[in-house]
Design a protein. Structure first.
Length: 78
């Protein structure tokens, strides 16, 4: 792990993508349990943008997925 990005020998960044998805799913679950399902959409959106999106965007030019399957995994969080 260098500067917060997991780097493997094949430069596929699959471990980094999987850990980022896991972290964002945990954050989304905490937000859902905390504010509930009846919260206004703008509150849910702002919490997602501030908490999860920052993890997804961190160093994304470096680990940006070139495979469609990895891109779909990342988009599944959103």
């Amino acid at each position: 792990k260098d500067l917060g990005v997991f780097i493997d020998q094949t430069l596929s960044f699959s471990t980094h993508i999987e850990s980022t998805i896991l972290k964002c799913n945990k954050i989304c679950d905490i937000v859902k349990r905390t504010i509930g399902f009846n919260a206004p959409v703008n509150v849910k959106s702002s919490l997602f943008m501030s908490l999860c999106r920052s993890h997804l965007d961190f160093a994304s030019p470096i680990w940006s997925p070139h495979l469609k399957s990895k891109a779909k995994q990342i988009e599944s969080v959103q």
